[in-house]
Design a protein around this ligand. Structure first.
Ligand code: GDP
Length: 235
Protein backbone atom coordinates (compact mmCIF):
# COMPACT_ATOMS: atom_id res chain seq x y z
CA UNK A 1 0.00 0.00 0.00
CA UNK A 2 1.31 3.44 -0.88
CA UNK A 3 1.19 6.09 1.80
CA UNK A 4 -2.38 7.47 2.05
CA UNK A 5 -1.10 11.02 1.63
CA UNK A 6 -0.02 10.25 -1.89
CA UNK A 7 -2.49 11.07 -4.62
CA UNK A 8 -4.77 13.04 -2.34
CA UNK A 9 -7.60 14.73 -4.23
CA UNK A 10 -8.75 18.31 -3.80
CA UNK A 11 -12.09 18.38 -2.00
CA UNK A 12 -13.14 21.95 -1.18
CA UNK A 13 -12.11 25.41 -0.05
CA UNK A 14 -13.58 27.14 3.00
CA UNK A 15 -13.27 30.84 3.76
CA UNK A 16 -15.63 30.91 6.74
CA UNK A 17 -16.97 28.58 9.43
CA UNK A 18 -20.14 27.85 7.43
CA UNK A 19 -18.11 26.58 4.51
CA UNK A 20 -16.23 23.96 6.54
CA UNK A 21 -17.23 20.39 5.74
CA UNK A 22 -19.18 18.69 8.52
CA UNK A 23 -16.67 17.12 10.91
CA UNK A 24 -16.29 13.42 10.26
CA UNK A 25 -13.16 11.76 8.93
CA UNK A 26 -9.89 12.42 10.80
CA UNK A 27 -8.19 15.64 9.70
CA UNK A 28 -4.50 16.46 9.63
CA UNK A 29 -3.84 20.19 9.37
CA UNK A 30 -0.73 21.88 7.95
CA UNK A 31 0.13 25.34 9.22
CA UNK A 32 3.09 27.67 8.99
CA UNK A 33 4.31 31.17 8.49
CA UNK A 34 4.05 32.36 4.88
CA UNK A 35 7.08 31.27 2.89
CA UNK A 36 8.16 28.72 5.52
CA UNK A 37 7.74 25.97 2.91
CA UNK A 38 4.30 24.57 3.78
CA UNK A 39 3.09 24.08 0.19
CA UNK A 40 6.40 22.48 -0.77
CA UNK A 41 6.16 20.14 2.22
CA UNK A 42 2.60 19.13 1.31
CA UNK A 43 3.63 18.55 -2.28
CA UNK A 44 6.66 16.52 -1.23
CA UNK A 45 4.50 14.32 0.99
CA UNK A 46 1.58 14.05 -1.42
CA UNK A 47 3.96 13.60 -4.32
CA UNK A 48 1.89 15.61 -6.64
CA UNK A 49 3.22 18.89 -7.90
CA UNK A 50 0.86 21.80 -7.40
CA UNK A 51 -1.48 19.92 -5.08
CA UNK A 52 -1.05 22.84 -2.73
CA UNK A 53 0.04 25.70 -4.94
CA UNK A 54 3.53 26.79 -4.14
CA UNK A 55 3.21 30.50 -4.51
CA UNK A 56 5.73 33.22 -5.02
CA UNK A 57 3.27 35.72 -3.56
CA UNK A 58 2.87 34.55 0.02
CA UNK A 59 -0.37 35.36 1.79
CA UNK A 60 -2.55 35.04 -1.27
CA UNK A 61 -4.18 31.83 -0.17
CA UNK A 62 -6.43 32.91 2.64
CA UNK A 63 -8.77 29.99 2.78
CA UNK A 64 -8.62 26.53 4.28
CA UNK A 65 -8.18 23.93 1.55
CA UNK A 66 -9.31 20.37 2.14
CA UNK A 67 -7.90 17.34 0.32
CA UNK A 68 -9.38 13.86 0.50
CA UNK A 69 -6.93 11.07 1.26
CA UNK A 70 -7.08 7.57 -0.18
CA UNK A 71 -8.01 6.24 3.25
CA UNK A 72 -10.69 7.82 5.43
CA UNK A 73 -9.12 11.16 6.28
CA UNK A 74 -8.53 14.71 5.11
CA UNK A 75 -5.41 16.80 4.63
CA UNK A 76 -6.14 20.39 5.61
CA UNK A 77 -4.00 23.20 4.22
CA UNK A 78 -4.38 26.20 6.54
CA UNK A 79 -3.65 29.76 5.41
CA UNK A 80 -0.06 30.86 5.89
CA UNK A 81 0.28 33.58 8.52
CA UNK A 82 2.55 36.54 9.14
CA UNK A 83 2.52 38.07 5.69
CA UNK A 84 3.05 41.79 6.29
CA UNK A 85 1.37 43.18 3.15
CA UNK A 86 -2.11 41.92 4.05
CA UNK A 87 -4.59 44.57 5.30
CA UNK A 88 -4.99 44.47 9.08
CA UNK A 89 -8.71 43.68 9.13
CA UNK A 90 -8.35 40.79 6.71
CA UNK A 91 -5.37 39.48 8.62
CA UNK A 92 -7.37 39.51 11.83
CA UNK A 93 -10.34 37.80 10.19
CA UNK A 94 -8.30 34.95 8.91
CA UNK A 95 -6.15 34.58 12.00
CA UNK A 96 -9.35 34.21 14.02
CA UNK A 97 -10.75 31.73 11.52
CA UNK A 98 -7.53 29.73 11.70
CA UNK A 99 -7.39 29.73 15.51
CA UNK A 100 -11.03 28.77 15.78
CA UNK A 101 -10.46 25.83 13.46
CA UNK A 102 -7.38 24.68 15.41
CA UNK A 103 -8.88 25.15 18.84
CA UNK A 104 -12.36 23.74 18.29
CA UNK A 105 -12.40 21.36 15.33
CA UNK A 106 -13.54 17.99 16.68
CA UNK A 107 -12.23 15.84 13.84
CA UNK A 108 -8.70 17.29 13.94
CA UNK A 109 -6.28 14.51 14.96
CA UNK A 110 -2.94 16.27 14.53
CA UNK A 111 -1.14 19.41 13.41
CA UNK A 112 1.89 19.63 11.15
CA UNK A 113 3.65 22.93 11.82
CA UNK A 114 6.13 23.97 9.15
CA UNK A 115 8.97 26.16 10.41
CA UNK A 116 11.96 27.37 8.42
CA UNK A 117 14.76 25.80 10.45
CA UNK A 118 16.90 28.92 10.00
CA UNK A 119 14.24 31.16 11.59
CA UNK A 120 13.38 29.14 14.69
CA UNK A 121 10.15 29.46 16.64
CA UNK A 122 8.45 32.75 15.75
CA UNK A 123 5.93 34.70 17.80
CA UNK A 124 3.05 33.65 15.54
CA UNK A 125 4.10 29.98 15.70
CA UNK A 126 4.08 30.34 19.47
CA UNK A 127 0.61 31.91 19.46
CA UNK A 128 -0.73 29.15 17.25
CA UNK A 129 0.71 26.44 19.52
CA UNK A 130 -0.65 28.23 22.60
CA UNK A 131 -4.16 27.92 21.18
CA UNK A 132 -3.82 24.37 19.91
CA UNK A 133 -1.69 22.46 22.45
CA UNK A 134 -4.14 22.56 25.40
CA UNK A 135 -6.35 20.18 23.40
CA UNK A 136 -3.72 17.49 24.09
CA UNK A 137 -3.41 16.59 20.42
CA UNK A 138 -0.02 15.99 18.80
CA UNK A 139 2.17 18.30 16.72
CA UNK A 140 4.79 17.35 14.18
CA UNK A 141 7.14 20.26 13.51
CA UNK A 142 8.80 20.01 10.12
CA UNK A 143 12.03 21.98 10.50
CA UNK A 144 12.16 22.65 6.81
CA UNK A 145 14.82 23.92 4.37
CA UNK A 146 17.29 21.90 6.41
CA UNK A 147 19.17 21.33 3.14
CA UNK A 148 20.38 24.91 3.52
CA UNK A 149 22.37 23.97 6.63
CA UNK A 150 25.09 21.40 7.15
CA UNK A 151 23.78 18.21 8.79
CA UNK A 152 25.26 19.13 12.18
CA UNK A 153 24.00 22.73 12.03
CA UNK A 154 20.61 21.32 11.02
CA UNK A 155 20.56 19.03 14.05
CA UNK A 156 21.56 21.89 16.34
CA UNK A 157 18.85 24.12 14.90
CA UNK A 158 16.28 21.32 15.33
CA UNK A 159 17.38 20.84 18.95
CA UNK A 160 17.18 24.59 19.58
CA UNK A 161 13.66 24.61 18.14
CA UNK A 162 12.60 21.78 20.45
CA UNK A 163 14.16 23.57 23.43
CA UNK A 164 12.30 26.78 22.59
CA UNK A 165 9.03 24.81 22.44
CA UNK A 166 9.80 23.05 25.74
CA UNK A 167 10.53 26.37 27.46
CA UNK A 168 7.34 27.94 26.09
CA UNK A 169 5.07 24.92 26.72
CA UNK A 170 6.65 22.75 29.43
CA UNK A 171 3.41 20.88 30.18
CA UNK A 172 2.66 19.98 26.56
CA UNK A 173 6.07 19.63 24.92
CA UNK A 174 5.81 15.84 25.05
CA UNK A 175 3.12 16.07 22.40
CA UNK A 176 5.53 17.82 20.03
CA UNK A 177 8.09 16.15 17.77
CA UNK A 178 10.59 18.11 15.68
CA UNK A 179 11.88 16.53 12.47
CA UNK A 180 14.58 17.97 10.20
CA UNK A 181 12.90 18.28 6.81
CA UNK A 182 13.65 19.32 3.25
CA UNK A 183 11.15 19.25 0.42
CA UNK A 184 13.84 19.73 -2.19
CA UNK A 185 16.22 17.06 -0.90
CA UNK A 186 13.43 14.87 0.41
CA UNK A 187 14.82 14.75 3.95
CA UNK A 188 12.49 13.60 6.73
CA UNK A 189 9.75 12.36 4.40
CA UNK A 190 9.61 8.83 5.78
CA UNK A 191 9.56 10.01 9.40
CA UNK A 192 6.75 12.43 8.60
CA UNK A 193 4.83 9.73 6.73
CA UNK A 194 5.13 7.30 9.64
CA UNK A 195 3.85 9.91 12.11
CA UNK A 196 0.92 10.95 9.94
CA UNK A 197 0.10 7.30 9.21
CA UNK A 198 -0.11 6.66 12.96
CA UNK A 199 -2.41 9.66 13.43
CA UNK A 200 -4.67 8.14 10.79
CA UNK A 201 -4.55 4.77 12.53
CA UNK A 202 -2.45 3.01 9.91
CA UNK A 203 0.23 0.56 11.03
CA UNK A 204 3.79 1.43 9.87
CA UNK A 205 4.33 -1.90 8.17
CA UNK A 206 1.19 -1.46 6.07
CA UNK A 207 2.85 1.40 4.25
CA UNK A 208 5.38 0.80 1.53
CA UNK A 209 6.38 3.99 -0.14
CA UNK A 210 6.77 3.03 -3.76
CA UNK A 211 7.58 6.49 -5.02
CA UNK A 212 10.48 7.73 -2.95
CA UNK A 213 13.23 5.31 -3.86
CA UNK A 214 15.91 7.87 -2.99
CA UNK A 215 15.30 7.35 0.70
CA UNK A 216 15.65 3.63 0.54
CA UNK A 217 19.07 2.09 1.00
CA UNK A 218 20.49 1.28 -2.38
CA UNK A 219 20.88 -2.41 -3.03
CA UNK A 220 24.19 -3.28 -4.52
CA UNK A 221 24.88 -6.72 -5.82
CA UNK A 222 28.09 -7.93 -4.18
CA UNK A 223 30.85 -7.84 -6.70
CA UNK A 224 32.43 -11.25 -6.88
CA UNK A 225 36.12 -10.81 -6.28
CA UNK A 226 38.68 -12.29 -8.53
CA UNK A 227 36.15 -13.42 -11.11
CA UNK A 228 34.79 -10.92 -13.61
CA UNK A 229 37.31 -8.34 -14.69
CA UNK A 230 40.23 -10.06 -13.05
CA UNK A 231 43.03 -9.73 -15.58
CA UNK A 232 44.96 -12.53 -13.97
CA UNK A 233 42.29 -15.08 -14.79
CA UNK A 234 41.98 -16.50 -18.25
CA UNK A 235 38.58 -15.83 -19.84
P1 GDP B 1 4.66 28.46 1.83
O1 GDP B 1 4.37 29.93 1.63
O2 GDP B 1 4.91 28.15 3.28
O3 GDP B 1 3.66 27.55 1.21
O4 GDP B 1 6.09 28.22 1.17
P2 GDP B 1 6.45 27.56 -0.25
O5 GDP B 1 6.30 26.08 -0.20
O6 GDP B 1 5.76 28.31 -1.33
O7 GDP B 1 8.03 27.85 -0.28
C1 GDP B 1 8.56 29.16 -0.18
C2 GDP B 1 9.91 29.20 -0.86
O8 GDP B 1 10.83 28.34 -0.19
C3 GDP B 1 9.88 28.70 -2.32
O9 GDP B 1 10.77 29.48 -3.07
C4 GDP B 1 10.36 27.25 -2.21
O10 GDP B 1 10.98 26.81 -3.39
C5 GDP B 1 11.35 27.34 -1.06
N1 GDP B 1 11.42 26.06 -0.32
C6 GDP B 1 10.41 25.38 0.23
N2 GDP B 1 10.83 24.26 0.85
C7 GDP B 1 12.17 24.22 0.68
C8 GDP B 1 13.20 23.29 1.09
O11 GDP B 1 12.97 22.27 1.75
N3 GDP B 1 14.48 23.61 0.74
C9 GDP B 1 14.79 24.74 0.02
N4 GDP B 1 16.07 24.94 -0.26
N5 GDP B 1 13.84 25.61 -0.39
C10 GDP B 1 12.55 25.37 -0.07
Amino acid sequence: MKHPLQQAEFLLTAASDEQLPPPGEPEIAFAGRSNAGKSSAINALANRTRLAFTSKTPGRTQQINFFKLRVPGLLVDLPGYGYAAVPKELKRHWQEFLSRYLETRQSLVGLVLVIDVRNGLGELDRQLLAGYLPSGRPVLVLATKSDKLTPSAGRNAGDALMRAITVAFPAQARNVTVVPFSATRRIGIETAEATLGRWLGIADDAIVDATTPRERPKERAPRPRGVAGDPKRPA
